[in-house]
Design a protein around this ligand. Structure first.
Ligand SMILES: *Cc1c(COP(=O)(O)O)cnc(C)c1O
Length: 383
């Protein structure tokens, strides 16, 4: 069998770090209790969950009681957006979000529109950043929620959370951010950024799939949420269902590692990313998508002119696993809604490559991939 292709799709998911697996293992068989049980088996697991909850809370400068475990960021986004809509509709039925959000934010918003809410989908600048003045203009007396992602999953752009948070605070509007791509990669402090709700997931940061959390602010202001899953009243009634201890312990371990290694990883990935871009720039008519510096260190997204996007991806497949656009939209044939929002033509939105570099990416892998891209593009352009 041929070697597996090089993995450069870290925005879709990441492999679990071996150190995370080690932390999880005892919780499958030895410590298998239900954390709600009032006996030895339950207490042991409950203690581990308590510790993990505190670790996760600390990593974003929150309190342990403000962490609500979910199955991932999709569920956290649904809980935040639908939960706020249901709890606050008597104050107003207007929500503001952005065109470049993940479908796990856009689709709950579309759903709320079908229930009679009004949603403003703000455009972005050509570099992918939200303009604060357009946000401020969109705010109405009946606006109850602003939802703007921390880091984009296609172009890696980091939105100005601090300024958005300050604006929301001035207008007394709740601020939710989808931080699925940002946690463990860039510093996030919910106090400093004035965030009220924040969605997180473990599997983009070398943790297990199927676990995430929603940060829900408890003070200044105390955020009310309508539960979307009803049952035993777990997670202070906001999300019923037996907790999944191995995943929670793994999530905490993954975040601990990511935060400890954040500064050195940022530097290493920035270096690898510019090394990749320099080599790709040998090609004429290649365009960077998204802000050149205000983006995730491991993200590079380019559009390549005069080449068929599908043929390019297909040609690269034996060498490198990457995608065009997001994992969720790449199965469909529509061009990326994010690249369209940047004003890219249909053709350039199609012929785009999203490189997601990560913890295990090496310089020699980048060299191999860069060479494969250059050669494949040259071959396709020659025909
Ligand atoms: C991956 C991702 C999600 C979905 O997270 P899951 O944990 O897979 O449900 C949501 N938002 C963004 C920005 C993402 O990158």
């Amino acid at each position: 069998m041929a070697d597996s292709p090089i993995y450069l799709d870290c925005h879709a998911t990441t492999p679990i770090d071996q150190r995370v697996v080690e932390a999880m293992l005892p919780f499958f068989t030895k410590h298998f209790g239900n954390p709600s049980s009032l006996h030895h088996y339950g207490w042991t697991v409950e203690a581990a969950i308590k510790k993990s909850r505190a670790t996760i809370a600390n990593s974003i400068n929150a309190k342990p009681e403000e962490i609500v475990f979910t199955s991932g960021a999709t569920e956290a986004n649904n809980l935040a957006i639908k939960g706020v809509a249901e709890a606050y509709f008597s104050y107003g039925k207007h929500i503001i979000t952005v065109k470049t959000e993940h479908s796990a934010v856009l689709d709950p918003c579309h759903y709320l529109e079908s229930l009679g809410f009004e949603v403003t989908y703000l455009p972005v600048e050509p570099d992918g950043l939200l303009s604060l003045s357009s946000l401020e203009k969109a705010i109405r007396p009946e606006t109850i929620l602003v939802s703007v992602m921390a880091a984009n999953n296609e172009i890696g752009v980091l939105q100005p959370l601090k300024e958005i948070g300050a604006l929301c605070q001035d207008h007394e509007i709740l601020f939710h951010t989808d931080a699925a791509q940002a946690i463990g990669k860039v510093p996030l402090d919910v106090q400093e950024l004035n965030i009220h709700l924040m969605s997180m997931t473990a599997h983009k940061v070398y943790g297990p799939k199927g676990i995430g959390a929603l940060y829900v602010r408890r003070r200044q202001p105390r955020v009310n949420l309508a539960a979307q899953l009803h049952g035993g009243g777990h997670e202070r009634g906001m999300r019923s269902g037996t907790l999944y201890p191995p995943q929670i312990v793994g999530f905490a371990q993954a975040l601990t590692l990511a935060i400890a290694e954040m500064a050195s990883e940022q530097e290493r990935l920035n270096g690898l990313r510019s090394h990749l871009l320099t080599q790709l720039n040998q090609l004429p008519a290649i365009y960077l998508n998204g802000h050149p510096t205000q983006r995730l260190p491991g993200n590079l997204n380019v559009s390549i002119d005069n080449v068929d996007g599908q043929a390019l991806l297909l040609g690269l497949q034996p060498v490198v696993a990457l995608s065009s656009g997001s994992a969720c939209s790449s199965a469909s044939t529509a061009p990326s809604h994010v690249l369209k929002a940047l004003g890219r033509s249909h053709q350039l939105a199609y012929a785009s490559l999203r490189f997601g570099l990560g913890r295990f990416t090496t310089t020699s892998e980048i060299d191999t991939v860069a060479q494969a891209v250059v050669e494949t593009v040259q071959a396709l352009r020659a025909v």
